[in-house]
Design a protein around this ligand. Structure first.
Ligand SMILES: NC(=O)c1ccc[n+]([C@@H]2O[C@H](COP(=O)([O-])OP(=O)(O)OC[C@H]3O[C@@H](n4cnc5c(N)ncnc54)[C@H](O)[C@@H]3O)[C@@H](O)[C@H]2O)c1
Ligand SMILES: [Zn+2]
Length: 370
C-alpha cells in the first residue's frame, strides 16, 4: 500500500492506494470521523456488481448506513439526478454530521461531492473511486460538478474530501475501454508535469492488470495532482494546466451528446489536438509532437462527430451564445513534461488549427466541417 497527503490549509486529507485495503481501512476512517450516519452514493451498475458492498464492510461499525442508488451514465450527471441525492438525504434525515461516501467513478464522485458541498451548506464526504479515471484524477482535488446542456461541469463547487481510498481490486471488473479512458488522464499528468511518468508508462499494456505497476502509477499521478492543487486550489493559475486537452475534450463530449464518448476518450483526442497546436505555434519541438502523436495513435480510436460549424465550435468553447469575448485560456506544451497556459487564445485561431488537425489526422477525429 502507498499513502500520500494533500495539504490544504485546515483541510488536509490522506489518500491510500492499494490492493484489498478497503475492508480494513474504511471502518477505521469512519470510526475516526465520529459520524452517526453514513450515506453511500452509488449507481445501478456498481450496486449490481458489488451489492451493498460498503454497508457490509461497515456492518460491525456503530454507524447507520443507507445507500442512494442513481442511474448510471454521464447523461445523468445533471441537476435532476443531483436533486435525487438531496431527496434521499432528506428522507433519511441526514444532517451536517452525516458522512457522504461516493462509491463509483468520476460521475458519482462529482455529483456526490457537489451534493456534499451544498446540502445543509456542506457536509463531510469521502471518495471510494472505482474506475481508473477516478483513481488517477477525479477523486483528488475537490472539483465537483454537474453538466448543463450547454456545457460540461458548468455547475459545481470546490469541495475537498475528508479521505480517499483507492482500492485497486475494483479495476478487475472494468471494461478495456474504461481502463483505457482512465489511462489517458494518467498520461495527461505525464505530458504536463512529469516526463519520467510518461517514460515509465512506455511499453506497458494495461491488461492483464499489473497491480504493482498500477499502484505506483496511480500514486505518482495523485502526487502530481495533489501538489498542483496545494498550490492553487481554486484554479487561479497553475491548476488550469490540468485542463490540458479538455477545451476540445469537453467540446467533443457536449457536441457528440453526453455519454457517447467516454471522458478519457474525448480528452485523448483533445490532448493530441493541444499537442498539435503547441507544435504548430512553435512552442513544442517536432520530435516531441511526433512522439505524442504516434503514442496516442496506438491507443485511441477515431471519434465520429456530427457536422460542426465555426459558430458552433465557438459557442461550445465559450459556453455562451452571446459571449462578448472570443478567447480562452488554452493549455500548451513546452516539451514533454512541461506545460503552460496561453492566456486569451483566440477561438478563431483554434478553429483554423482544428480544421487543419481534423483534415490531417482522421485517425483521431472524423467529422464534416460546415
Ligand atoms: N472532478 C474532477 O477533477 C474530474 C477529473 C476528471 C474527470 N472528471 C469527471 O469524471 C467523469 C468520468 O469519470 P469515469 O470515467 O470514471 O466515468 P463513470 O463514472 O461514468 O464510470 C464509467 C463507467 O464505468 C462503470 N463503473 C464504475 N466502476 C466500475 C467498476 N469497478 N467495474 C465496472 N464498471 C464500473 C460506471 O458505472 C460507468 O458506467 C466525467 O464526468 C468527468 O467530467 C472529474
Ligand atoms: Zn478530465
Amino acid at each position: 500500500m502507498k499513502s500520500l497527503q494533500v495539504n490544504l490549509p485546515g483541510r488536509e486529507y490522506r489518500i491510500d492506494i492499494g490492493l484489498n485495503i478497503l475492508e480494513q481501512l474504511l471502518p477505521e476512517v469512519v470510526r475516526n470521523n465520529a459520524v452517526d450516519q453514513l450515506v453511500v452514493v452509488t449507481n445501478t451498475t456498481l450496486q449490481e456488481l458489488y451489492p451493498e458492498h460498503i454497508s457490509q464492510i461497515l456492518q460491525n461499525s456503530e454507524v447507520k448506513v443507507s445507500t442512494c442508488v442513481l442511474a448510471d451514465g454521464e447523461g445523468y450527471k445533471n441537476l435532476e439526478t443531483l436533486s435525487k441525492i438531496y431527496d434521499f438525504l432528506l428522507k433519511v434525515s441526514a444532517n451536517r454530521k452525516t458522512l457522504l461516501l461516493a462509491f463509483g467513478g468520476g460521475v458519482i464522485g462529482d455529483m456526490a461531492g457537489f451534493a456534499a458541498a451544498t446540502f445543509m451548506r456542506g457536509m463531510p464526504f469521502i471518495q471510494i473511486p472505482t474506475t481508473l479515471l477516478a483513481d488517477v484524477d477525479s477523486s483528488v482535488g475537490g472539483k465537483t460538478a454537474v453538466n448543463h446542456p450547454l456545457g460540461k461541469n458548468t455547475i459545481g463547487a470546490f469541495k475537498q474530501p475528508e479521505y480517499v481510498c483507492i482500492e485497486l481490486s475494483f479495476l478487475k471488473t472494468l471494461t478495456s475501454r474504461e481502463l483505457k479512458a482512465g489511462f489517458i488522464e494518467l498520461l495527461k499528468h505525464g505530458f504536463i508535469h512529469d516526463a519520467d511518468l510518461f517514460e515509465s508508462i512506455q511499453g506497458k499494456s494495461l491488461e492483464p492488470l499489473d497491480f504493482v505497476f498500477l499502484e505506483e502509477a496511480i500514486f505518482r499521478s495523485c502526487g502530481i495532482k495533489g501538489k498542483v492543487v496545494e498550490q492553487d486550489e481554486t484554479e487561479t493559475g497553475i491548476r488550469a494546466t490540468l485542463n490540458f486537452g479538455h477545451t476540445l475534450g469537453h467540446l467533443i463530449e457536449t457536441h457528440a451528446g453526453y455519454g457517447k464518448y467516454l471522458h478519457g476518450e474525448a480528452v485523448g483526442a483533445g490532448m493530441c489536438f493541444a499537442a498539435f497546436v503547441s507544435w504548430r505555434w512553435q512552442k513544442l519541438a517536432e520530435k516531441d509532437w511526433q512522439r505524442i502523436r504516434v503514442y496516442l495513435g496506438q491507443i485511441l480510436t477515431p471519434l465520429k462527430l456530427p457536422p460542426l460549424s465555426q459558430e458552433k465550435f465557438r459557442d461550445l468553447i465559450l459556453h455562451d451564445k452571446k459571449a462578448q469575448k472570443q478567447a480562452v485560456n488554452f493549455v500548451l506544451l513546452k516539451k514533454l513534461g512541461e506545460s503552460f497556459i496561453q492566456q486569451e487564445t483566440s477561438v478563431d485561431k483554434l478553429w483554423d488549427e482544428f480544421c487543419e488537425f481534423s483534415a490531417s489526422y482522421p485517425e483521431f477525429i472524423e467529422l464534416e466541417l460546415i
